[in-house]
Design a protein. Structure first.
Length: 236
């Protein structure tokens, strides 16, 4: 990337202004890459849900799960739902914009919430309707998992959502290319054999291990990345 900081995913939610009697929302611009699942878009949706979920009344949680399941199955959702109406018209509405930012090769969330926590969660759930069926299923699972998260939205959260211990942009955007590079395969390698993967893993592991001259301060992270790279290539 020429710019060290860039917008990797974006969710724009239009909604009723605070303290107005109406409860309406609409979806605006969506940039939700989902390949490979859950993609950077899935990580953003998970972050939006996890960030706001703790503010919600526990009584509405079952209906949020039912709503997510309905959208995952492609069913028509009768409006209003959870006392809020999803609509196309944005007249008189204000907006919240949530982004996933790439800073060098790391991820961070940028939330701009101008409405209630429920509006943000509903916006993330309704955004699934704009996705193709396979991505919709994958990201519905991400949203459900995000509802269970308790803690900061750090690298552990991203790992939890992505199902991978590697949380850099390159690892999440193109895990096979990242894994081939981590294990030191020559440029142009596409589908190494299981034997080749294991051989490269053992060779590079030896070189980063402190007992063989590897840097002590970075050995733990390097060893974890090598293990994840091997897993990616063996299971893809």
């Amino acid at each position: 990337m020429s710019d060290p900081k860039s917008i990797l995913a974006e969710l724009e939610i239009w909604h009723s202004r605070p303290f107005t009697p109406t409860r309406r929302l609409s979806l605006g611009n969506l940039v939700l890459p989902t390949d490979p699942p859950p993609g950077l878009g899935g990580i953003l949706l998970g972050g939006v849900v996890a960030s706001h979920f703790g503010e919600l009344d526990e009584d509405i949680v079952p209906d949020l799960h039912r709503l997510t399941a309905q959208i995952e199955r492609g069913e028509r959702v009768v409006q209003p739902r959870l006392r809020h109406r999803l609509q196309i018209d944005r007249h008189g509405l204000t907006k919240s914009v949530h982004r996933l930012i790439g800073d060098k090769d790391q991820l961070r969330f940028d939330f701009d919430s101008k409405g209630s926590a429920l509006l943000q969660v509903l916006g993330a759930i309704y955004s699934l309707e704009r996705l193709a069926e396979p991505a919709r299923r994958s990201l519905a699972n991400v949203i459900n998992r995000s509802m269970r998260w308790r803690g900061p939205l750090d690298s552990l959260f991203i790992s939890y959502i992505a199902g991978s211990s590697a949380t850099s942009i390159s690892a999440l955007a193109d895990p096979r290319a990242w894994a081939l590079e981590i294990l030191g395969f020559p440029e142009g390698t596409v589908k190494p054999s299981k034997k080749q993967i294991q051989a490269r893993y053992r060779s590079v592991l030896r070189s980063v291990h402190p007992d063989h001259g590897g840097e002590t301060s970075t050995a733990s992270q390097s060893i974890e990345e090598l293990g994840e790279a091997r897993r990616v290539l063996l299971h893809s």
